[in-house]
Design a protein around this ligand. Sequence first.
Ligand SMILES: C[S@@+](CC[C@H](N)C(=O)[O-])C[C@H]1O[C@@H](n2cnc3c(N)ncnc32)[C@H](O)[C@@H]1O
Length: 137
Amino acid sequence: MPRDRRDFFYRKAKVEGYRSRAAFKLKQINEKFKIIKKGDTVVDLGAAPGGWLQVAKELSGGKVLGVDILPIDEIEGVDIIKGDIRLDTTIEKIKEKSKRPMLLSAMLRPTFQEAGVMTMPVPLTLLPRLLSVQERS
Ligand SMILES: C[S@@+](CC[C@H](N)C(=O)[O-])C[C@H]1O[C@@H](n2cnc3c(N)ncnc32)[C@H](O)[C@@H]1O
């Protein structure tokens, strides 16, 4: 994305109170594909700083859960789990708090994210983890 466009969404997020520019990406995706519907339970795996959680709450109005290795500041009406989704203990906590959720995920290595570098999509090795949340919930 060109820098001026990136800056536009960065500023827009600040003005509109979203925690990340990614909030607008999820809005765009939802306008096109309607992946989140009213009343849906939504889980964002790798959710810090929480832009998608804010939008998911607006769109669904239902149960919304964010999971991340990094801390996430509170969002009204949203549950937060601090944990590594590669661990069984984290998966169990997610399953306790959500049944058959709409799963969102755009995970990046946290260290890279802190450095502000966009890197990889969800690593293939984590896919079984993601699916196990869906299937066994
Ligand atoms: C691009 S950010 C997510 C942005 C978020 N969807 C938003 O809208 O603000 C990716 C996140 O994935 C998290 N992450 C990466 N690997 C993880 C793992 N194994 N378990 C939990 N979170 C992880 C990182 O800490 C980072 O905060």
